[in-house]
Design a protein around this ligand. Sequence first.
Ligand SMILES: NC(=O)c1ccc[n+]([C@@H]2O[C@H](COP(=O)([O-])OP(=O)(O)OC[C@H]3O[C@@H](n4cnc5c(N)ncnc54)[C@H](OP(=O)(O)O)[C@@H]3O)[C@@H](O)[C@H]2O)c1
Length: 183
Amino acid sequence: MRPEVIIIAAMTADRLIGSGDKLPWHYVDDFKFFKEQTEGHAIVFGRRTYMGLPKRPLPKRLNIVLSPEPIYEPEVIVCKDWNEVLQLSFSDLMFKTPDIPTSSCCAKCMPAEGRPKLFIGGGAMVYKTALDAGIVDTMLLTEIKHKHEGDIYFPEFDPNDWEAPEILGETEDCIFRKYRRKK
Ligand SMILES: NC(=O)c1ccc[n+]([C@@H]2O[C@H](COP(=O)([O-])OP(=O)(O)OC[C@H]3O[C@@H](n4cnc5c(N)ncnc54)[C@H](OP(=O)(O)O)[C@@H]3O)[C@@H](O)[C@H]2O)c1
């Protein structure tokens, strides 16, 4: 079954997402949101973002890395392109991921509608190639309310392709929005 494909990203108002290999900020509220949304599901990263993660693999998630090159990392699935990612059998793989308890997998990864979730965790190249390929159903975009320095940006997207965003929450530092692709 094709998963629901969900971009998850945090950016400033001018779409800044990164500085070199790192995030330009650390906002606890956004980390909490990221954890709540993604735990118990599959998540795909570009090689550069994955290698820059402070803890690899991310616990309680099925970690997938996109790269045309072989990567030898424990407990990670490496895919050479989006076709290979989308051909994975997510429900089977989630059951085999050791630190995802079967009960939480049943409850979260196979919700009522029975469709697994595949999160896209960045970086810029991965977001852009997914949007260009037209495979993204949903975007969870956190707006960071403050200015930051950096050099990596979220790709421009056509707002006409998306329903008006739903605001999921707001804190002192962040606004959490959900976009659904128009049918
Ligand atoms: N603010 C946020 O929410 C957020 C989230 C994630 C990352 N970031 C930031 O984003 C920056 C990294 O972004 P980036 O664009 O430089 O790197 P990236 O997208 O993380 O990784 C790029 C690499 O991934 C592989 N790749 C990407 N798309 C591919 C595709 N469609 N098919 C096959 N391989 C693919 C290639 O690997 P090879 O090089 O092996 O060919 C490519 O060089 C960092 O600053 C990071 O902190 C921000």
